[in-house]
Design a protein around this ligand. Sequence first.
Ligand SMILES: NC(=O)C1=CN([C@@H]2O[C@H](COP(=O)(O)OP(=O)(O)OC[C@H]3O[C@@H](n4cnc5c(N)ncnc54)[C@H](O)[C@@H]3O)[C@@H](O)[C@H]2O)C=CC1
Ligand SMILES: O=C(O)C(=O)COP(=O)(O)O
Length: 309
Amino acid sequence: MSLVVTVPTARLAENLGAVPDGVELLVWDMQTPAPHDRIDIVVPPYMGGTSALSALEGVDVGLVQGQSIGYDGVADHLPPGLRFANAASVHEASTAELAVALMLAAQRQLPRFVQAQPEGEWSPVFAESLADRRVLLVGFGGVGQAIAARLLPFEVDLTVVARSARHENHPGIGDIDVHAIDELPALLADAEIIVLTLPGGGETHHLFDETLLSQIPDGALLVNVGRGSLIDTDALERESGRIRAALDVFEQEPLPSEHPLWTTRGVLLSPHVGGASTAMNPRIARLIRTQIERMLAGEEPVNVVLPAG
Ligand SMILES: NC(=O)C1=CN([C@@H]2O[C@H](COP(=O)(O)OP(=O)(O)OC[C@H]3O[C@@H](n4cnc5c(N)ncnc54)[C@H](O)[C@@H]3O)[C@@H](O)[C@H]2O)C=CC1
Ligand SMILES: O=C(O)C(=O)COP(=O)(O)O
């Protein structure tokens, strides 16, 4: 058995290191014609990878291994007959770190100190804590549970709402009740920090619409590391000033430089960098290695979220 595997960057090939005998590893960024008619595993570029999928038209591909967890939009660009695996688990720790960083920065008003530093301005504030705050975590899959595991040592009062809990016994989390999503409006009324980790797509589109946003208590912090489409951005802008927000994901990405969110008071933005850290490449490489080993052994690959249609 032999396999042809393509990765989009030399750095990822380096992270992958030595591959088993019989595996031909090539660097292909999908901007040039496919290097072979048959490729067993194709790894498209990170971010914006969906448009590159057209390069797979007419190529016999065993598995398309994405580098993201979210795969909204992929089905529309994936040539028929190809199957797609996502990068579930790869970005969980990194995205959870960012979510906690955004919460800490917004609660303790770190941007204010960063701004005052060049002026040598001593500007103490009596800030919101993370300790003892009532945190409502929306979504309890890999990312949500990784956030819970990191938040609990901060001594927060944690409530979780989701359709289902994908993992059981995530390290660091004891038994947590998961409330059904239809309890969301009632749970919101009591929340001081709300953290969104749901996937995008039709079912969750504008879940936080004008009505739900208006039920968030005054001064509460809305954190979104799931997908921008979860929140009606126009409605959020109308609520700004009353509630605070820390957002890593947006309905339109990149967020245009003239967008009012950039300058809205009480809004902290990061440019969709939840998964973008040094943890990523070695973890993606580990996942690719698993897929190679499974395919060499004639086993099904893991993480297939779009079976060959
Ligand atoms: N900011 C960033 O850079 C990153 C963002 N993400 C986003 O985070 C999302 C979640 O990732 P994981 O936790 O690994 O996914 P997952 O599939 O493990 O968990 C999703 C959670 O959302 C819940 N859920 C899904 N659809 C729902 C619905 N319609 N109503 C109520 N609950 C629903 C599930 O029950 C589960 O608790 C990804 O789909 C991606 O969009 C992921 C990685 C990095
Ligand atoms: O893993 C994810 O879902 C992420 O959000 C990060 O990457 P993406 O923007 O989906 O390419």
